[in-house]
Design a protein. Structure first.
Length: 437
C-alpha cells in the first residue's frame, strides 16, 4: 500500500479484534446523514481550558499495518507521540492502535461504529457509506479550513460530500505504470501496442479499480464527471463492447500476462523476469525496486495509449485520495479532530513520504526537492494531469461486485469475440441494476 504538479492530485492487515476506543452514544444503520456530527480542531469539547491539569484522554488510531511496522519507522506511533508532546499541556494521551488497510476501513469500522477507532485512515470513495451509517464526522472550524487552505481544489473535493468536509487527505489514491528500463525506453511506454511488441506486460483484469481504465478510454463514464448521480454508469454497448473484444484479444497475446487481483503475480514476475511492466501504486515502490534489482532499473510513467478499432485511445485510471477521518461516536472529539489534522499536516505527510514513499498532496510540498525527484511522485502527478478520471464517492458497489467476475470471465475464456456484445450487456445490466443511490 503519491511538486507544483502534485497540487492537482486528489491505495495492511485487519486487526483480529477492534480495540474499544469510544464508549459513547450508540449508532444504528438508519443514522441520518444529516445528523450534525461536525467537529472542529478548535473545539474544546470535553476539555476544561481553564484548568492547569491536562485531561486524561485515550485515543484509538487505525492505520494500515505498514504504518505501524518498526521496519518502516512506525509512522503511526512516531506521529502520535509527536502530537502528544505538542499538546501535553492540554491532554495526557494514551494511544491504542488497530490495523486495517484504507481499502478495508469501511468494512472494519461498520462492524460496530460505536466501538470502532476514534481516528482512522480510509479511501475517499467510502465517504458516503461511512457518513450514512454514522461512522464519519463532518469537520468544521479550523480543521475544515485547513483542508481547503492546504490542498488544491481537486484534492479538497475528494473529501467533500454534499458541500461539507469529511476527512483530511494525506496522499493521492491512484495507480500508474512501472516498467523495466532495461526492456522499454521512455518512448516505448507511451504506447501499450509498442510495449506488447517488445516485452511482457501484466495487468489485473479482474480488479475493477484497474479494469475501468480500458473502458473509460473509449468514452464509458462513471456518473458523468464523477459527481452527477443522475448520470449513472454509462457502459453503452457501442462504447463498451469494442473494449471487451480488445481485452479478449489481449488474452491471446503471448506478451500479455493477466496479473492477480492483488498484484502479487505481476510483482513476482518482475523479480523473475517473466514480466517487464506492472500496473500498481506508489505503495509498492520499494518492492518494485527490490524486484528489479535496483532503482536504476525502475521506470515509472503515466498510463499508455492503445489502439482500438484503428483509433488511438488513452487509458484513464480512477483518481481519489486517502484521508484521515474521525469517528463521531468518539467521546474525545476535540482531541480526535486535532490528531486527524496533525496526521494530515505538511510535516506528517513529509514523514510519510520519507518512511513509506507515500506521495504528499499538500500544496506546500509541491516544490520539495525530495518529492519532485521521486519517480513515483512524478508519475502520479502525470497521471493526475493527463490520464485519470475522478473516482465517484457514491453508487460504486454494483460495479465493484460485477467487475471481478467479469474480468475473470475474460481471463478464463468465457467471454469471446463472438459473445462479447451479449456478455458486455449483461455486465452493464448488473452494474446499473445494483446501483444504490
Amino acid at each position: 500500500m503519491k511538486k507544483k504538479i502534485l497540487s492537482i492530485l486528489l491505495a495492511g492487515a485487519m486487526g483480529a479484534t477492534l480495540l474499544a476506543g469510544c464508549g459513547s452514544s450508540s449508532s444504528s444503520d438508519d443514522t441520518a446523514a444529516s445528523t450534525d456530527t461536525s467537529a472542529s480542531s478548535d473545539t474544546t469539547a470535553s476539555s476544561d481550558t481553564t484548568s492547569s491539569t491536562p485531561e486524561d484522554v485515550t485515543l484509538t488510531v487505525m492505520t494500515p499495518a505498514e504504518d505501524q511496522d518498526d521496519a518502516n519507522g512506525n509512522w503511526a506511533k512516531t506521529e502520535c507521540e509527536k502530537f502528544a508532546e505538542a499538546n501535553k499541556d492540554k491532554w495526557n494521551i494514551t494511544f491504542e492502535y488497530v490495523q486495517a488497510s484504507e481499502a478495508d476501513a469501511k468494512d472494519t469500522v461498520l462492524q460496530d461504529p460505536a466501538a470502532a477507532a476514534d481516528v482512522y485512515m480510509f479511501a475517499n470513495d467510502q465517504i458516503t457509506d461511512l457518513v450514512k451509517k454514522g461512522a464519519l464526522a463532518k469537520l468544521g472550524g479550523d480543521a475544515a479550513d485547513a483542508v481547503k487552505n492546504n490542498n488544491s481544489e481537486s484534492v479538497a473535493a475528494t473529501v467533500t460530500y454534499q458541500g461539507d468536509i469529511y476527512g483530511v487527505p494525506y496522499t493521492s489514491n491512484t495507480w500508474f505504470m512501472y516498467y523495466d528500463k532495461r526492456v522499454f525506453s521512455d518512448d516505448d511506454v507511451k504506447s501499450l501496442d509498442t510495449m506488447l511488441s517488445k516485452g511482457k506486460v501484466s495487468f489485473p483484469l479482474d480488479n475493477g479499480w484497474y479494469l475501468e481504465a480500458f473502458y473509460t478510454a473509449n468514452g464509458c463514464t462513471f456518473y458523468g464527471d464523477g459527481s452527477d448521480e443522475s448520470a449513472g454508469i454509462d457502459f453503452a454497448s457501442d462504447k463498451a463492447t469494442p473494449v471487451t473484444k480488445y481485452l479478449v484479444s489481449l488474452m491471446s497475446n503471448p506478451n500479455f500476462v493477466a496479473d492477480s487481483n492483488d498484484g502479487s503475480l505481476g510483482l513476482a514476475g518482475l523479480a523473475d523476469g517473466s514480466v517487464n511492466a506492472y500496473f500498481n501504486g506508489n505503495w509498492n515502490y520499494d518492492n518494485v525496486v527490490e524486484a528489479l534489482g535496483g532503482e536504476e532499473n525502475v521506470g515509472c510513467a503515466q498510463l499508455p495509449t492503445f489502439t482500438l478499432d484503428g483509433k488511438e485511445v488513452q487509458m484513464k485510471s480512477f483518481l481519489g485520495s486517502k484521508a484521515l477521518g474521525v469517528n463521531p461516536n468518539c467521546k474525545n472529539q476535540a482531541a480526535a479532530v486535532a490528531l486527524a489534522s496533525f496526521l494530515g499536516s505538511e510535516d506528517a505527510q513529509l514523514d510519510h513520504f520519507t518512511m513509506r514513499s507515500q506521495a504528499p498532496v499538500a500544496t506546500s510540498l509541491a516544490s520539495n526537492a525530495d518529492v519532485t525527484a521521486n519517480k513515483a511522485c512524478a508519475a502520479l502527478a502525470a497521471v493526475a494531469a493527463n490520464t485519470s478520471t475522478a473516482q465517484p464517492i457514491f453508487g460504486m458497489q454494483g460495479y465493484w461486485d460485477a467487475a471481478t467476475p467479469f474480468g475473470d470471465a475474460i481471463i478464463n475464456g468465457d467471454v469471446t469475440a463472438d459473445n462479447a456484445e451479449e456478455k458486455t450487456q449483461e455486465f452493464a445490466d448488473q452494474i446499473n441494476g445494483s446501483l444504490v443511490q
